[in-house]
Ligand binder design. Sequence first.
Ligand code: GLU
Length: 448
Amino acid sequence: MTSPIVRFAPSPTGRLHIGNARPALLNYLYALAHNGRFVLRFDDTDLARSSEEFAQAIEVDLSWLGVAPHLTLRQSRRVALYDAAAGALRDSGQLYPCYETPDELEKRRKLQQARGLPPVYDRAALRLTADERARLEAEGRRPHWRFRLEPGVVAWRDLVRGDCAIDCASLSDPVLLREDGSYLYTLPSVVDDIDVGITHVIRGEDHVTNTAVQIRLFEALAPAHRPPVFAHHNLLVGSSGEALSKRSGALSIGSLREEGYEALAVAAVAVLTGSSDSVHPIRSLAELAKEFDLAHLSRNAARFDPADLGSLTHRTLARLDYDDVRERLEAHEIVGFKAEPFWLAVRGNLTRFADVLEWWRVVEGEIAPVREDADLLAAALASLPQEPFDETTWGAWTAALKATTGRKGKALFHPLRLALTGAENGPELSLLLPLIGHARAAARLAGG
Ligand code: GLU
């Protein structure tokens, strides 16, 4: 198989949210798994609703998620290609002008429904004579343009949904151009897919019916080529089944980032929800790409519980190695010989990555020790071993203290933890003590 070329094609009319991060990631993982390329295409032909700010924000969000496009395109700069394709379809009679107003179309639909007929456009415009068209134009009407669908059944083998078939008799000839000459999504998408050589179209199942129309367009515009392979994934919905777009503010990738969720946790939730794989922590997108297959996706809606993001962030951090986070630690000035053992000590105790700052203060900075049981602390100070400390120091020290003070369990460990770290809970003290070191430990036990 030649290496695949996939694309993610958002309209830059809002922020990326976890629901539309799903196709972005599914495409990217497909490219990673098959040594392919990933194209980011901004579907920005709707100039009134699209903005450069949203396009840039989408790029930032994708990059945070770890999605790195090989190529980025903007449809608004490619209109000449669409004009050429529309021209060719006009010349061959496959694109025809229609003059009905929305009201007229609505009336016709109601009539068809009353007669029990499917609400499909009746192609009345194809029967207009040149005189009739001229008269309509003279009235000031501007045409919109419809693509004449070849009759018959369009069939494809969907990588998620298996064999699919749509009878064109159930579809209206789609409008490709509006009265004002602007393009709807359908034609530019196919023209770009052909131009860029897209081999796989991976997108939400809300596009299934578009696929029949688009395959017909591929056949009309590139008869010598096979249309791409299609994969229509189930959509993420809220835990009670509601569409995510309604809550996209809270679930925008930008706000999830600000709340401190891990990008890898967001990616795991976005990809694995509604699949036969459990939602589990991942170490990298490359690792997820190896194990994931589009065929694992279910046909049912993918119910997503935002609470998963918190626990998955915690579990993701616990699995990351020092090399995975070295740069992020450096950005917080967590550097030097202690940085790696520090990470290994604290990674299992983080709700958010930013919690490392608190723990770094415990091992390298000032804390307010909490003093409980002054007698125990005095005995602990007196028996604190000399350096060098290692992971056995804590065990040996507390075993001796248990023998001399008679304290055990919580009565022994809790006051020591409070004095040494200032916190009720935290990482293993056998790992923290060598990082805190003798001087700090002694000062904290002494109440300093
Ligand atoms: N701009 C379209 C959307 O966001 C792209 C759909 C497609 O992938 O073809 O729904």
